[in-house]
Design a protein around this ligand. Sequence first.
Ligand code: UD1
Ligand code: CA
Length: 488
Amino acid sequence: MSESRPAAVLILAAGEGKRMKSRTPKVLHSLCGLSMLGHVLATAGELDPERLVVVVGHGREQVGAEAGKVRPRALVVVQEEQLGTGHAVRTVTEALGVLHGTVLVTYADMPLLRARTLRELAGLHRAAGNAVTVLTAVGDPAGYGRIVRDADGRFLRIVEERDASPAELALDEYNSGCYAFDGALLADAIKRVTTDNKQNQEYLTDVVEILRGDGYPIGSMPAADAAEIQGVNDRVQLAAARRALNDRILEHWMRAGVTIVDPRTTWVDVTVTIGQDAEIGPQVQLEGRTAIASGARVGPGCVLQDTAVGEDAMVLNAVCRQAEIGPGATVGPFAYLRPGAKVERNAHVGTFVEVKNSVIGAGAKVPHLTYVGDAHIGERANIGAGTIFANYDGVAKHRTTVGPDAFIGSDTVLVAPLTVGDGAYTAAGSAITDDVPPGALGIARGRQHNSEGWAERNRRGTRSAQAAIRARSQAQRAREDGPPESSE
Ligand code: UD1
Ligand code: CA
């Protein structure tokens, strides 16, 4: 179907959103990785309108900046005082002049709206030759403006809940807050909207009755999916919208061949990508630019932000931010990858391991209780339990290099700047402060000395002393009895 570009999409985002009870402007509250305004802008942008306009007012710097970030070509129009949705549109027509053609208007507090629905609305509007076409829904109308029709079902007007009579309140068809207008007729009618209502505001919804009064055809289109036009006015509705959008995202990935074990506890941002046959376990949050490759297994219990997970990798009970996990690598349980952590192919980062700004080379292992900061670990190197890469001297951060096939003994402290050569070893419990040449064993610890009979002398009568006496007399008897006889 060929379709003409809409002349404009206007997104109204100037209101404070009092019902959110927030310091943040309502439309900047986010769900699934993007602000409400961001979702609506992205959706409107898909129609490629000649002009994409955002009306800002309350918190204009922040809201305008968000608009510019999501859609740099969006035009931002300031509504100085928020005198109603009609006033917001009038501000635009006064600022930009008459917009000829189809003008779509939508509110920034409808993050679930689909581009497909906007397109259908514009298409139906043009085909019918309407002056205005309103997207409506049928269901629980609480909080919405009601669609008033005559006995023959002809659309008459929209009445706001606060201005509605008891009979009107009982109507179950309501206004979504999304409209297609003839731009020239809108520019004219918007000037005639009054503030004669309970809120003393200029209602955009009054344009419907004005245009009908002028004798123009007006129409409505029922939304195929009422969930799509949920307006978000408070945090309860925000949570409901987030859940609905998340369900939509998960359904998309499941239909694309991703296994999601527990959709109720899996949260995925719109910006995330997931490959075929990946498996996402319970209680997983995938955020930002996270990309999961095909066949990878993530979860249970992971939070991944802006993290790439390679093919067939496994990530279990881990928090990862701006990290890269190579194909076949395994991370967790209970690992923390911080920005700049790069776990290469088939490497392993295990339990209670924290990695920051470091490369773990292909096939290398950091299995337990380790901090790796500002380091490069070579291929196949093995880092023993309890190793600390001491990268910070209180003033500056320094780097450590561990060569391929090196072996770091348990409980080693590697004091940077430092290089441990290829195939080198460090003895368990060492504090390594000097470079270890390739193939050398670095030992840096005190030698052990045993003070014989210490417990009997200094802990007389204690269980320790008694145990020592027993052990010594057993050893004595064993020596007197000679070597034990063979059982055969
Ligand atoms: C509005 C509709 C109502 C509809 C509902 C759908 C009107 C008069 N009422 O009511 O019929 O059922 O949406 O969700 O339009 N805004 C401005 N400038 C203003 C006032 C509002 O830009 O001066 C923006 C707000 O930021 C918001 C949007 O317009 O994004 C809607 O405003 P809101 O106050 O939420 O309208 P509702 O009472 O929900
Ligand atoms: Ca609203």
